[in-house]
Design a binder for this molecule. Structure first.
Ligand code: ADP
Ligand code: MG
Length: 479
């Protein structure tokens, strides 16, 4: 039961495999092996193992190195946080600038996911370890063992959410059912979902915990329908499930059939006294295209919110994270990061890792000056709106195209998409008029900007990956 999502993303790799010569593959392996060797000694073991080790070299064509990773989330993460480190090293090796392209590849059979990221992957997981067995491996679990209540820093912004989650983890199906947790991106919802799973399993190893994102639920359903395996699907989510943890339920919006199925799953579980815990980035009433009867179901239990952490909590999170990753983080640097990176915890953690990687790569001391320097793309000084050039540059880097292409006319899909995203963000961040934005994007007509804005709004409702990318860019540019 692995990889419902992988069929969708597999194409990326197959597409990129076509036309790869043995020579370019060898060149990529060679370059990558050397890069890995150099980075290994310089990054913390955790960062290295989590982010770099699972990467596989695919090809080196001209100045472009193609790398593959099995998780799109991790690719985004590496791109957001460690790309500069990587590019710097590759440039040093090749003696010229080198571009890096990432593709998603399917996990090879038998490949161990134990070293995979501290991030929930996209496949649904069902756990039912018999008590006599050794503790389940993370492959069986897909509950991330690292995301526990212990590793979660509690502050005023999240204490209500934590209290609700603790109650649910202590008495699944009895305390609050369903529990609906909502809050912005990167504030710890997924962490808490896993913490509930971990805690419940520790209390009762026989408990069947099912964790999955609503994207996986949707994919799994499609799969089951295609292969006429609905009875198995239903057994998995209804009978063989004591706690259903469904992450990011907002992505069910406008998916009629999936919602229908979830509605019945919900009823079956609720009637049987099984726990349902869902997260969302919005309140049930704010999710577009969410069925009324499903909305009202969520009123039966508890709706808890999670807010962005205050500066004290942000600093505490940084210190905890630094201690876990064995990063010697001076107090003034922690305070500097905590004061300036206010958007969310994911970005906070990312900045710490990026900074630590830079410090160890260059041998520089971890100081406030270094932080200012390394994070200048992320740190946007209060009140200082980025200009159009900066937006184009940041979007181009994140979406792996050239800034000139964004201003140009090429219609290749990835370029056109990056251009639309940059236009959309410019409109949202700078409030310039459509004609002025068109002008700044290489003299485009105002209607192109309007279309881009509408298209991205549409796509953000349909494509969770794009939605995440755009939101993360927006935060980075406007925090
Ligand atoms: P969300 O699901 O709300 O988008 P995540 O749960 O993925 O956010 O959190 C993003 C990252 O921030 C994770 O690595 C998580 O462990 C960390 N994090 C968030 N809040 C806290 C907290 N209060 N204490 C420790 N780590 C946190
Ligand atoms: Mg999440």
């Amino acid at each position: 039961m692995s990889g419902t999502l992988s069929t969708a993303v597999n194409n990326t790799v197959d597409g990129s495999k076509a036309g790869i010569t043995a020579e370019s593959e060898r060149a990529a392996i060679d370059l990558w092996t050397r890069a890995i060797h150099r980075l290994k000694g310089r990054l913390s073991r955790h960062t290295f193992q989590t982010y770099f080790e699972p990467i596989k070299p695919v090809s080196l064509e001209g100045d472009e190195l193609t790398l593959a990773h099995s998780s799109r989330f991790m690719i985004d993460w590496v791109r957001d946080n460690l790309l500069d480190v990587l590019l710097q090293d590759l440039e040093a090796q090749l003696g010229r600038q080198c571009g890096v392209k990432f593709v998603v590849r399917e996990r090879a059979p038998g490949e161990d996911v134990a070293e995979a990221p501290a991030v929930p992957d996209s496949t649904p997981q069902v756990t039912s370890p018999p008590p006599s067995e050794p503790p389940p491996s993370s492959r069986q679990l897909q509950i991330n063992l690292k995301y526990t209540f212990d590793s979660f820093v509690v502050g005023p912004s999240n204490q209500f959410a934590v209290a609700a989650c603790t109650a649910v983890a202590n008495s699944p199906g009895k305390a609050y059912n369903p529990l609906f947790l909502y809050g912005g991106v990167g504030l710890g919802k997924t962490h808490l979902v896993h913490a509930v799973g971990n805690h419940a399993l520790r209390q009762n190893p026989n408990c069947h915990v099912v964790y999955l994102s609503s994207e996986s639920f949707t994919n799994d359903l499609i799969h089951a329908l295609e292969q006429h395996r609905m009875p198995e699907f239903r057994a998995r989510y209804r009978e063989k499930c004591d706690i259903l943890l469904l992450d990011d339920i907002q992505f069910l919006s406008n998916k009629k059939q999936t919602m229908e199925e979830f509605f019945h799953t919900f009823n079956a579980l609720h009637e049987a006294g099984k726990q349902i815990f869902v997260t969302s980035d919005k309140l049930p009433t704010e999710i577009d295209g969410f069925e009324e009867r499903l909305r009202s179901r969520f009123q039966w239990g508890l709706i808890a919110d999670i807010q962005p952490p205050e500066v004290e909590t942000r600093v505490a999170i940084l210190k905890k994270k630094a201690a876990t990753d064995h990063i010697a983080l001076p107090d003034d640097v922690a305070l500097f990061l905590g004061t300036h990176i206010r958007s969310n915890v994911r970005e906070l953690e990312g900045s710490l890792i990026r900074l630590a990687a830079f410090a160890s790569l260059t041998g520089a001391a971890l100081t406030v000056e270094l932080a200012q320097d390394v994070l200048k793309n992320i740190l946007v000084v209060r009140g200082d709106k980025p200009d159009v050039e900066t937006i184009i540059k940041v979007v181009a880097e994140a979406m792996q195209v050239k800034p000139q292409d964004i201003k140009g006319d090429r219609r290749q899909q990835n370029i056109a998409r990056a251009r639309q995203v940059a236009m959309y963000l410019t409109r949202r961040i700078t409030a310039l008029s459509y004609p002025v934005i068109g002008e700044k994007f290489g003299g485009k007509d105002h209607s192109t900007v309007i279309n881009a804005e509408q298209r991205i709004e549409e796509l953000m409702n349909q494509d969770p990956d794009l939605s995440r990318t755009v939101q993360s860019l927006f935060r980075r540019l406007s925090s």
